[in-house]
Design a binder for this molecule. Structure first.
Ligand code: LLP
Length: 421
C-alpha cells in the first residue's frame, strides 16, 4: 500500500495534488511520501517484533538526507557502502553505532574514515580487506567490530545483474572457507568478531532463497560457536522484492519474511540486522514528468516526455517495468491506445515502455512512474547535459523540495577551463 491515490480525479501524494507540486517545481521531479516510508519501516519492525533487531535502511536505494532523517528519526540504522553514504547517514543524524558498512571494495581511506567517525560493524568481504582493517584499526588504537559477509552459493532467482549470492558473483567469502577466515580474524589485533553477514540479491519475489541462505548462516553460526567465537549478531542483508505492477503476483510480505528469519535463525539468540532498501523506499516514490510531444511514427506512436533514462535508469539498465499513470484520472471507460513512452535522450535505449496502453495524452499533460522511490534519483545522472532531477518530500498536506534542480549556471560552473586554453 502507498499514499499516491486519485482524489477528485487528480493524483495526490498524501494530501497534496501532484499538479500543485509540478506547478511549483517544474517537471521532471521525484516525490516521496513520508507516510509510506514510515509504514514500510514499521512493517519490518512488526515482522521482527520480539527478536532483538536493527533495521538498517540501505542508503544506496535512496540517499536523500531528508529521507534518511525521516527513517533515522524512527530509529532506523543505515547500511552504507561508501564514505559518501556514511557521511550522508551521519549528516542525517544517524549515530555511527547504528551504521553498518558493507561493500566489496571499501578503500583504506573509507575504512579509516568510518573507524574515526564511529561504526557499528564492518561487513568484511575478503581477506585483504580484513587484514587492512586490522592494521588500520590497530594503528588508531582501536578494534574494528566485524562480521564476515559469506557467500552461501544460493540462487536468489532474480535479475542476473542484482543477484549476489552465487559463488560466481564477486561478493562475500565462500561459505566453505568461512571458518578458516574467522580463525584468522580472531587472531588479528585490530579485529573484534561480532557476527555473520549475508546478502544474496535484490528484488527477491520468493522466500525460499532466503530460507536456504539463512539456514546456511545458522549452520555456520553453530560451527563458529563450537570453534570458540562469540557470534552475537546476524546481518541478513536486504532484498525483499516489491510489486512493480498492480496486476502481478504479490511478493511475500515482511511478516512472512520475518517468519522465515524466526524459523531459521530465531533460536540462536542473536541480534538480527536486516538491510532493506527497495521495500522501504520503492513504492514510497513517484517520478513525475510531462508530455513534450505525441509523435506519430510508422505504425507506432511515441509519447515523448521530459524525463529520460538519465533520470530513471532502471528500464534501460535492467529492462525493468514501471507502471505509468496519467496524473489526471482518465474517465471510466475512456479509450486507451498503445504508445512507446520515450525520453529526449539520443539513444534508442531511452525507452521507458513499449506498446504501453495509455489514454490519449497531449503536450504539457502530467504522468507519473510508480515504484520509483528506490534506485531512482540515486542512479540519475546529467547525461545529455540534463539537470539532475529534483526531489520533493510530502508529509500530510505540505511538501518541501529536498534537492533542488541545479541551474544551468551551476552546471556550467562545475567545469574548469585550464589557463592554456
Ligand atoms: N545490502 C546490500 C549489501 C546490498 O548490496 C543491497 C542492494 C541491499 C542491502 C539492499 O537491497 P534491497 O532491499 O534494496 O533489495 N539498482 C538495482 C538494485 C541494486 C541492489 C544492490 N544491492 C535496481 O534498480 O534494481
Amino acid at each position: 500500500m502507498d499514499h499516491f491515490l486519485y482524489r477528485g480525479g487528480v493524483l495526490h501524494a498524501e494530501d497534496v495534488p501532484i499538479p500543485e507540486i509540478a506547478a511549483s517545481v517544474g517537471t521532471p521531479f521525484y516525490v516521496y511520501s513520508t507516510a509510506t516510508l514510515a509504514r514500510h519501516y514499521r512493517l519490518f519492525q512488526e515482522a521482527l517484533a520480539g527478536l532483538p533487531h536493527l533495521i538498517c535502511f540501505a542508503v544506496k536505494a535512496n540517499g536523500n538526507l531528508a529521507v534518511l532523517k525521516t527513517l533515522g528519526d524512527l530509529g532506523a540504522g543505515m547500511d552504507v557502502v561508501s564514505a559518501g553514504e556514511y557521511l550522508r547517514a551521519r549528516a542525517a543524524g544517524v549515530p555511527g553505532s547504528r551504521i553498518v558498512f558493507s561493500g566489496v571494495g571499501k578503500t583504506r581511506g573509507e575504512l579509516r574514515l568510518a573507524l574515526a567517525g564511529g561504526i557499528r560493524q564492518f561487513n568484511v568481504e575478503s581477506e585483504p580487506e580484513l587484514r587492512a582493517l586490522s592494521e588500520i584499526a590497530a594503528s588508531m588504537g582501536l578494534r574494528a567490530p566485524i562480521a564476515l559477509r559469506v557467500n552461501p552459493d544460493v540462487d536468489a532467482k532474480t535479475h542476473e545483474k542484482i543477484a549476489t549470492g552465487k559463488s560466481e558473483n564477486k561478493f562475500g567469502i565462500p561459505i566453505a572457507r568461512a571458518r578458516a577466515v574467522y580463525a584468522e580474524a580472531a587472531a588479528l589485533p585490530g579485529i573484534d568478531v561480532v557476527g555473520v553477514d549475508v546478502h544474496i540479491g535484490s528484488q527477491l519475489t520468493e522466500l525460499d532463497p532466503f530460507r536456504q541462505a539463512f539456514g546456511k548462516v545458522a549452520e555456520l553460526t553453530r560451527a563458529l560457536r563450537a570453534d570458540g567465537h562469540v557470534i552475537r549478531r546476524l546481518d541478513l542483508g536486504g532484498g525483499l522484492g516489491i510489486p512493480y505492477t498492480r496486476s502481478n503476483e504479490a511478493p511475500p510480505l515482511p511478516l512472512d519474511y520475518g517468519q522465515v528469519i524466526r524459523e531459521t535463525v530465531g533460536a540462536l539468540g542473536c541480534e538480527i540486522e536486516i538491510e532493506p532498501g527497495r521495500f522501504i523506499a520503492g513504492n514510497a516514490g513517484l517520478l513525475v514528468a510531462s508530455v513534450i510531444w505525441l509523435k506519430e511514427g510508422e505504425g507506432r506512436r511515441f509519447l515523448i516526455i521530459d524525463a529520460a533514462m538519465n533520470d530513471l535508469a532502471r528500464p534501460s539498465m535492467y529492462g525493468a517495468h514501471h507502471d505509468i499513470v496519467p496524473v489526471l484520472e482518465p474517465a471510466a471507460g475512456v479509450e486507451h491506445a498503445t504508445c512507446d513512452v520515450v525520453g529526449p535522450v539520443c539513444e534508442t535505449g531511452d525507452t521507458f515502455a513499449r506498446a504501453r496502453a495509455l489514454p490519449a495524452m497531449g503536450e504539457g499533460e502530467l504522468l507519473a512512474f510508480r515504484s520509483a522511490g528506490a534506485y531512482g534519483a540515486v542512479m540519475a545522472s546529467e547525461y545529455n547535459a540534463r539537470p539532475l532531477v529534483p526531489e520533493v518530500l510530502v508529509r500530510g498536506d505540505h511538501f518541501a523540495v529536498i534537492r533542488a534542480r541545479p541551474s544551468y549556471d551551476e552546471m556550467l560552473g562545475r567545469d574548469t577551463i585550464p589557463a592554456w586554453l
